[in-house]
Design a protein around this ligand. Structure first.
Ligand code: ADQ
Length: 461
């Protein structure tokens, strides 16, 4: 395998005990980089008063990292602005939350150019360059403009929005055209890829040929479907590790014979948390016979706290969980345990394993790794049941989950009743099929698929 240079907005190599609050992207990329002996380049997460382009090299857990600091204005316009207030909501179908400011777009261009200036000297002729996610869409074009002739791939971790929504982005055409600087562009599902192809054919006049090759003017790219997985072997081991066993035991004692339903999500409006609480409330109203027999543990570490819509969702969830507990709790029973902190991976695996039901109900999600982690952590002899939103990318692979519409409180309520009553033989049957997929299509499979497509790109395009 050629040396890989992976680029993403944030670089967060795992800590010894497996990082307590890492996004799915961080978890997946570190696992992949270990195999390829490559470099992971991106923002350190730190601020500097003036951008210098100086690179900080480090090695952690077998992963070499190269990071840069950004100026406060960069962080405000590029990260909090264009990435998290414009593209993230729009690409998750929330045009109502998207903010369109020229200053944000300018900062986004500037930071992508700074990434290119700093990264270019690290690149040698045979390197494969793999750029990740919506923060860095124009980076390939910036590298090409500086003479980089390497194979460059781009992978989008989030959904690609429907054309009619994307048209609301000022300069949508310019942004999408920058993707034609890549050799390969990867998506989590066929649905997101098809949506991209539809935009390119209807708005740019691009032509789709064989082997997913999309031609536009002088350029040809391969638009591939390449769903991300988890480090399944590591996660299965984590689920029977010492911290997991301890946590499992602690949860079993504290559950006092009640069935635990678990939700684990970054606190983000795309994850459908208010709707999930409403669905659970509906379930409590519909099933008085199960009061005191179940509880929902919702773990939601805050993210992007500088963005107002994230402050609002946090306040809304505090009110909603308080309201539900106020309406249904008794002296001995609290129906929702709502926790705003991160856990080390072993501990998290122990929590998943102790839960009879995994409740994963995003309104829109590129993939959703929590669904896969929940499956990997189960006891094969007595697995829990996964309830999964049909709008998560993971639903395309995890068809044996109980698939629901996350906007429907009734769907959530019915699925909870079905999951809690499901006989063991049926739970084992579904879990076996789900686990097969989580094992076969893991993070190494994802990495190899993408890299193979990138290596072969020049021959097919
Ligand atoms: P995210 O939106 O961050 O990722 P997800 O795929 O669910 O979403 O990954 C979240 C990760 O954070 C999981 O590995 C989970 O274990 C971890 N996590 C969440 N809460 C935690 C807690 N309290 N303690 C410890 N760990 C916690 C983006 C896209 C997804 C896509 C991934 C990868 O939005 O759709 O699946 O990238 O491509």
């Amino acid at each position: 395998m050629s040396r890989l240079i992976v680029v993403s907005n944030r670089v967060q190599p795992p800590s010894e005990e497996g990082g307590s609050n890492q996004g799915g992207l961080a978890v997946a990329l570190s696992a992949g980089l270990r195999e390829s002996a490559g470099i992971w380049f991106g923002w350190s997460g730190d601020e500097t008063s003036e951008f210098t382009g100086s690179i900080n090299f480090a090695k952690a857990q077998g992963v070499t990292t190269a990071t840069i600091d950004l100026e406060p204005q960069d962080i405000e316009e590029y990260y909090n602005g264009y990435a998290n207030r414009t593209l993230w909501p729009l690409f998750h179908y929330r045009v109502d939350l998207a903010e369109f400011e020229r200053g944000f777009a300018g900062g986004y261009e500037r930071v992508n150019a700074r990434f290119a200036d700093t990264l270019l000297p690290l690149i040698t002729a045979e390197d494969l360059i793999w750029i990740n996610d919506y923060h860095l869409i124009p980076l390939g074009r910036e590298l090409r403009a500086r003479g980089c002739a390497n194979r460059i791939g781009f992978f989008l971790h989030i959904p690609w929005p429907p054309t009619q929504l994307l048209l609301s982005l000022p300069s949508h055409r310019e942004l999408v055209e920058t993707l034609f600087a890549y050799d390969v562009v990867g998506f989590q599902t066929e649905a997101w890829r098809d949506s991209f192809v539809e935009y390119c054919t209807t708005q740019l006049g691009a032509q789709l040929g064989e082997d997913d090759v999309l031609r536009h003017g002088e350029h040809a790219i391969r638009a591939i479907v390449c769903p991300i997985g988890i480090d399944t072997t590591e996660f299965v081991a984590a689920s029977t590790s010492e911290p997991a066993l301890k946590m499992h035991e602690a949860m079993t004692v504290s559950a006092a014979g009640r069935a635990m339903i678990v939700g684990v999500d970054r606190l983000d409006y795309s994850k459908g948390l208010p709707e999930r609480f409403l669905g659970y409330e509906r379930f409590l109203s519909a099933r008085p016979d199960l009061h005191e027999k179940v509880f929902l543990l919702q773990i939601a570490p805050p993210s992007r706290a500088d963005v107002q819509s994230y402050q609002e969702i946090r306040a809304g969830l505090e009110a909603s969980s308080g309201h539900i507990n106020g309406a249904f709790a008794s002296a001995e029973w609290v129906p929702i345990r709502y926790v705003n902190k991160g856990y080390p991976r072993g501990v998290l695996a122990g929590i998943y394993r102790a839960a009879k039901v995994g409740l994963v109900t995003p309104l829109r999600d590129g993939m959703n790794l929590v669904a896969k982690e929940y499956i990997a952590a189960q006891d094969p002899e007595d697995p829990g049941v996964l309830i999964l939103s049909e709008f998560a990318g993971a639903a395309a692979q995890l068809q044996e989950a109980l698939l629901i519409n996350p906007y429907s409180a009734e769907d959530i309520s019915d699925a909870l009743g079905e999951a809690l009553a499901m006989p063991k033989t049926e739970r084992v049957r579904r879990w076996t099929a789900l686990m097969q997929n989580v094992r076969d299509e893991d993070v190494m499979w994802w990495l190899r698929n993408f890299v193979t497509a990138l290596e072969g790109a020049k021959e097919t395009v």
